[in-house]
Design a protein around this ligand. Structure first.
Ligand SMILES: Nc1ncnc2c1ncn2[C@@H]1O[C@H](COP(=O)(O)OP(=O)(O)OP(=O)(O)O)[C@@H](O)[C@H]1O
Length: 646
């Protein structure tokens, strides 16, 4: 980490300044203490000799004041430098963390162990690397400050009557506080809490149903609210005083454990120095004013000293270890190995040929999702020839999407092989394989970026080509509605940075050129956020389609295989018809695979229909062949057709 930060000029300068200022800052309290001791000595001398060296007093007092000013200033500089250094280190590491995230494949990324490793490294609030730097620097500075203060304190106390005893007694009180504090939040203790009370669990569930907007539609339409409220009330009554959140219960528990012996002794111990002082004053009445001043100095210094000493102790045994552990995790994520291993060979050998499509073959492929016992696909074999249009047909959950995921190597089969142009896809470089395929997933996503970028990212080699973006939007059927949006192609589907505002004057409908989302106002109370662009499911799907067109239809594209997982699920019949027409026209000779659970437009046009059921291929062939077979396909087809026949 030190090497890494050191190699980044933008970080090094500010981190070095931060260390220097923090070190200087550690000297000041000891200097201040020294001058306070000097003032005390001057007073003592004055008491004995009845004369004051005004010059000396002035110099010492001025120095003491300078110490205070310097202390304040160095604190300010330290804070300013730490914010800049923190921001720079954070920015430096964020690229590194994002890269570690981005390069992971699906099975690796979905692994819960990897997930926790990744989230530990992210540490958005307290950037891990900065945290480690700061913890080490402040702990070292505190230790230095402590040693200096301790030496000065010893020098000052040497001449004081009862100084050491008073210091010790003053130290006892913060020590007890600290021990009490550690007893219930010990940094290295491990604990867990659960709730086993059914009534409480139900109350929390009902509260969520009523408060969260996700459930509102069904709650209202289902006429549920009265029942929910009576359930809540009944559970609340049964629970009585025992109904409390985890934090309330924890507070109660802590309160109960505060009746310890030390809690009774805490206050008398605090009074001890005064008692000792009073007894001594009776013994030596002449020295009362001096002793009073020295008691004050001892008490304030020792209390501050005790706080710091105990804090350093805590840091040494807790935070530094934790910070280093977190840094190790930060570096470990660089070395996470992907489960889907890259292949060695380039693909395709002949770029021209890809435009004519590629063949796809499954040889006895079986697959289980990671952590699952059931097969999502079992013993699947088929071959789709170059340039064919294939339809994979099957019920929900039969394994259609899984086939497409395996072709793009989002996962690798548990058994069997998949071949593209007669080459095992595991031997092909992943980047080449993905360059040669274009896939529209059923659960396609929309990135929280502008519409323009959402479409443009379809072709990451040429994502800003406005003409291509617009043409793709036309082909995907998105151009018209996008053009009508106030911000057109620059519209953010889901703004990642939200506008935040207080309550607005009545009648405000737009803010920063965007419609105010009063739903959000209600949700967030006082300050509110403005985020979502409301598009329908069909419109969202058209955008996803446009992205696919962007990828597969550009002049330089190297796509030979187009995969569509239920591309028309949210489209109306006219849009669906238009889409298939466009796809057929535009695909040229590229191989195309559609998955669907509906019979429709494509069944008659497909060169090959593969029917899957319960993770197996049931039958395959052209529409005519399958009708002739008179098995599952023909039966369902006839059943559906009947509905439309007179
Ligand atoms: N990410 C996943 N993790 C675990 N199991 C999964 C995952 N995705 C799918 N499955 C399971 O694998 C099986 C096949 O799912 P798949 O999505 O391939 O079906 P499908 O035929 O595409 O269904 P649909 O028509 O509903 O899209 C199902 O039993 C499903 O529950």
């Amino acid at each position: 980490m030190i090497k890494d930060i050191g190699s980044s000029k933008e970080c090094t300068f500010y981190v070095a300044l931060y260390i220097i200022v923090t070190t200087i800052n550690s000297f000041i309290p000891a200097a201040a203490l020294w001058y306070s001791g000097q003032i005390l000595k001057i007073v003592e001398n004055a008491m004995e000799s009845r004369t004051v060296d005004r010059n000396l007093l002035f110099r010492v007092a001025a120095s003491r004041t300078v110490c205070s000013i310097l202390q304040r200033l160095s604190e300010h500089w330290r804070y300013s430098l730490s914010t800049i250094a923190q921001r720079r280190i954070k920015a430096h590491y964020q690229v590194h963390i994002l890269e570690s995230y981005a390069r992971l494949d699906l099975p690796t990324f979905e692994d819960p162990v990897i997930q926790s490793q990744l989230s530990a490294a992210w540490g958005e609030r307290a950037p891990v690397a900065w945290n480690a730097v700061q913890t080490v620097v402040t702990t070292a500075a505190m230790a230095l400050r402590l040693v200096l203060q301790l030496s000065v304190l010893a020098a000052v106390l040497k001449g004081q009557r009862d100084g050491l005893i008073l210091a010790f007694l003053t130290f006892l009180s913060p020590l007890m506080d600290w021990m009490k504090f550690r007893s219930y939040i010990h940094p290295s203790s491990v604990w867990a809490a659960t709730c086993r009370n059914d009534d409480y669990i139900r109350m929390e569930g009902v509260k969520d149903v009523v408060l969260q907007s996700d459930h509102r539609k069904e709650m209202v339409a289902g006429n549920m609210w009265e029942h929910l409220i009576s359930e809540y009330d009944a559970a609340r009554k049964r629970l009585g005083d025992a109904a409390g959140s985890f934090h309330e219960m924890l507070a109660l528990h802590k309160e109960r454990t505060t009746l310890s012996l030390s809690s009774f002794l805490a206050e008398p111990i605090q009074e001890m120095p005064q008692i000792v002082f009073a007894l001594r004053a009776v013994q030596y009445p002449a020295s009362i004013p001096v002793s009073l001043a020295s008691l004050n100095l001892i008490q304030s210094t020792v209390q501050e000293f005790a706080f710091q000493a105990l804090h350093v102790f805590d840091k040494m045994f807790g935070s530094i270890g934790e910070a280093f552990h977190a840094v190790r995790k930060l570096y470990d994520i660089q070395n996470i190995t992907n489960r889907v291993i890259d292949g060695p060979n380039s693909f395709p050998e002949d770029q021209q040929k890809v435009a004519l499509g590629v063949s796809v073959e499954f040889r006895n492929v079986s697959f289980k999702y990671p952590g699952k016992d059931d097969y999502a696909l079992q013993g699947v074999s088929f071959k789709i020839e170059r340039g064919q249009l294939c339809l994979i047909l099957g019920e929900n959950g039969s394994g259609k999407s899984t086939m497409l995921k395996l072709i793009t190597r989002l996962y690798d089969p548990s058994e069997g092989n998949i071949l593209i142009d007669d080459r095992d896809i595991r031997t092909i470089k992943l980047a080449d394989l993905r360059r040669a395929t274009s896939v529209l997933f059923q659960d396609y996503t929309h990135f929280p970026l502008s519409i323009k970028e959402n479409i443009g990212l379809g072709d990451p080699t040429n994502p800003r080509d406005q003409d291509m973006i617009e043409q793709s939007a036309k082909l995907g059927g998105a151009y018209d509605f996008v053009s009508r949006l106030p911000e057109g192609f620059d519209t953010y589907l889901d703004r990642p940075v939200q506008d935040v505002y207080s309550s607005l004057p009545e009648g405000t409908t737009t803010l920063f050129g965007r419609k105010v989302d009063y739903g959000a106002v209600r949700k967030f109370g006082g300050t509110s956020k403005n985020s979502k662009t409301q598009l329908s499911g069909g419109q969202m799907q058209r955008l996803a389609l446009s992205r696919t067109f962007m990828r597969s239809l550009g002049p330089d594209n190297q796509v030979g295989l187009l995969l569509f997982d239920e591309p028309s699920a949210s489209l109306d019949p006219v849009a669906e018809h238009d889409l298939f027409e466009r796809l057929r026209e535009l695909r040229g000779n590229k191989t195309m695979i559609f998955s669907s659970h509906r019979f429709g437009n494509l069944t008659r046009n497909a060169d090959i229909i593969i029917c899957v059921k319960d993770s197996h291929v049931q039958e395959m062939g052209t529409h005519e062949q399958l009708m002739k077979n008179n098995e599952g396909y023909a039966k369902i087809y006839s059943l559906q057709a009947k509905a439309f026949l007179p």
